[in-house]
Design a protein around this ligand. Structure first.
Ligand SMILES: Nc1nc2c([nH]c(=O)n2[C@H]2C[C@H](O)[C@@H](COP(=O)(O)OP(=O)(O)OP(=O)(O)O)O2)c(=O)[nH]1
Length: 140
């Protein structure tokens, strides 16, 4: 577990104080993940904090600045296990600057989905993300 690669992801909602919609992103690459939905984010670089890595990734991928809210705490220190070599910490986030999120990098589609019904769980997520999505819905 100690050598897991650290990934960070953002659960971007319309309002951290009163979330009703979640921004989901469909991956365009690599081929094994293309077409699957995820939390925008990516790998933490050496020397970077998780929070700063997440702000950087969101700027690069979506062209917007977000403010982070609470962490959606996972079952291990590194967050949510993704596979044998990586785990992801996830924070709620809200867009505060930069306008409308765009598919600048890594994604070919962005949707704002309703958090009230089952829509979130009906998406074709990267398989490791389902427990995270369930906990997100439960936490609201
Ligand atoms: N961003 C993100 N990655 C996820 C999620 N679920 C999941 O299993 N992953 C996996 C997919 C990738 O193997 C890894 C993240 O890598 P990435 O390709 O997004 O990271 P990056 O932008 O820093 O990539 P790179 O091009 O610099 O290599 O974590 C998720 O919800 N969001």
């Amino acid at each position: 577990m100690a050598n897991l690669k650290q990934i960070v992801g953002a659960a971007i909602v319309d309002s951290i104080a009163a979330p009703t919609r979640l921004l989901v992103a469909r991956r365009s690459a690599p081929p094994a993940l293309a077409g699957l939905w995820e939390f925008p984010g990516g790998k933490v670089e050496p020397g970077e904090t998780c929070e700063n890595a997440l702000l950087r990734e969101i700027r690069e991928e979506l062209g917007v600045t977000v403010t982070l809210g609470a962490e959606l705490v996972g079952p291990i220190d590194q967050g949510w296990p993704l596979n044998e070599s990586a785990a992801m910490r996830v924070w709620f986030a809200e867009v505060t600057d930069g306008g409308v999120p765009d598919t600048l990098e890594d994604h070919d589609e962005l949707w704002w989905i309703d958090l009230a019904g089952e829509e979130a769980l009906e998406l074709d997520w990267i398989p490791a993300d389902y427990p995270i999505v369930r906990e997100l819905l439960r936490s609201l």
